[in-house]
Design a protein around this ligand. Structure first.
Ligand SMILES: *[C@@H]1O[C@H](CO)[C@@H](O)[C@H](O)[C@H]1NC(C)=O
Ligand SMILES: *[C@@H]1O[C@H](CO)[C@@H](O)[C@H](O)[C@H]1NC(C)=O
Ligand SMILES: *[C@@H]1O[C@H](CO)[C@@H](O)[C@H](O)[C@H]1NC(C)=O
Length: 386
């Protein structure tokens, strides 16, 4: 697989007659088939370099695809792939609730083999798939999960080599906080077997009963007020942690959110970052707001307050007791520029679905066809394709 990348660089160099090695600037986009609002065929072919489509889960060691996802893979994927052969489409496996299923599966060779067999069947059935994205949240150092995860990656590669499909893409979605990442991954082995890893550099703060305070979903830097562990919960710190701990820069992809987190304030007059919160906000679903929901919600209030924290590149919307940390074109551009300036492997977006697909924020002139739009993802693309 390392060899493939070399060929890529060499041919690139030959074409441009330029020995400067350009790192591939990936734009990896998550797409969740929701059976409703967003079709794969609505995603412009020139937007993302990679699309992770899912979610496939693990059920008794075997891949389980919801019927609506099967339908997308059957009906839309071949059309999309034929029209946009340069876009890599990966099956997204796992997700936030997948921890136990992964842990049960990796535990020994026989069980991993069973999974790899089911993976083989899925890849044969949906031939337009270019690879997989493993989203185990998260392996731990206990019960040798970290070691078994590395073994799984190795065995998937071995299987693909046997099938003469070393061109397939294997990516891993990884934790940002060092307190998780340190125990979860053998970074040397990620370099060996994963084409790239996407660091989920978001969810640094959201409402829980144990953290009943407002906070920023994806602050770029620590704020001056933050010290000790709090000053590590940001994009800059965690990305540098991954680099310092040996991830090859061209395999490091910075994951950015298009969604926000909402809170309900205890006191509508205390709106600062870190103010006491009673619960998740009314906007969105369970404290998650798509960008369209954030703008729709802001428009419902009489006097919404739009603020921008320059220190962390983070916009905040507040109104009455509602408080939302979200992304807009300015903040996501700022964060994409950070990724670009490090000359690393690219940017990941979570997700296309939570971008302003309904154009509720009116960044883009309204059209008559009401086709989904992707202003935040477009903003990232504009930065990394400069
Ligand atoms: C899991 O699969 C094994 C072998 O395919 C089978 O024997 C077992 O009953 C299954 N367990 C469940 C809970 O479905
Ligand atoms: C920083 O902390 C101090 C004391 O806790 C507080 O008064 C101030 O408002 C905070 N500043 C910001 C920008 O959060
Ligand atoms: C970003 O992180 C690096 C490494 O932890 C640190 O040296 C640097 O000061 C940080 N930058 C800012 C602006 O906080």
């Amino acid at each position: 697989m390392g060899l493939c990348l070399c060929f890529f660089y060499l041919s690139f160099g030959t074409i441009t007659r330029n020995l400067v090695i350009e790192r591939p600037q990936r734009l990896v986009c998550y797409y969740q088939d929701d059976g409703l609002e967003l079709r794969l065929l609505d995603v412009p072919g020139d937007l993302c370099t990679h699309i992770n489509i899912g979610v496939a889960s693990l059920n008794n060691l075997t891949l389980a695809l919801p019927p609506s996802l099967q339908k997308v893979l059957q009906d839309e994927l071949p059309i999309y792939h034929a029209a946009n052969p340069h876009v890599k489409i990966l099956l997204w496996i796992g997700g936030a609730d997948s921890g136990k299923e992964f842990a049960d599966m990796v535990i020994n060779h026989a069980r991993r083999k069973e999974f790899i067999r089911s993976l083989k069947a899925v890849m044969q059935k949906y031939r337009a798939l270019d690879g997989i994205d493993l989203d185990w949240e998260f392996p731990s150092a206990y019960d040798k999960e970290r070691q078994h995860f590395s073994q799984l990656l190795y065995e998937i590669r071995q299987e693909w080599n046997r099938e003469h499909r070393s061109d397939r893409v294997l990516s891993v979605a990884v934790a940002a906080p060092e307190g998780i990442a340190f125990f979860a991954y053998n970074i040397r082995e990620l370099n060996l077997y994963a084409d790239y890893v996407s660091v989920m550099a978001y969810d640094f703060h959201f409402y829980t009963k144990d953290t009943p305070f407002t906070g920023l979903n994806a602050p770029l830097y620590a704020r001056k007020n933050e010290s000790s562990i709090m000053s590590t919960f940001n994009i800059n710190y965690t990305i540098h942690w991954w680099l310092r701990n040996g991830i090859e820069p061209n395999r490091l992809v910075v994951g950015l959110p298009t969604y926000g987190h909402s809170f309900t304030l205890v006191n509508p007059f205390n709106k600062r970052i870190g103010a006491p919160a009673l619960g998740v906000g009314e906007c969105g679903l369970g404290g998650f707001t798509t960008h369209s929901q954030t703008c729709d919600c802001g428009n419902r209030y009489l006097k919404p307050l739009y603020e921008y924290d320059e220190e962390t590149c983070s916009p905040i919307l507040s109104a009455n007791q509602e408080w939302i940390s979200y992304e807009n074109e300015k903040s996501i551009t700022c964060k994409a520029q950070f990724a670009k300036s490090l000359n690393i492997g690219g940017v990941m977006i979570y997700s296309l679905n939570s971008d302003d697909i309904k154009n509720s924020c009116s960044y883009i002139p309204k059209t008559h066809d009401n086709k989904p739009v992707f202003p935040l993802t477009q903003a990232v693309k504009a930065v990394i394709s400069q």
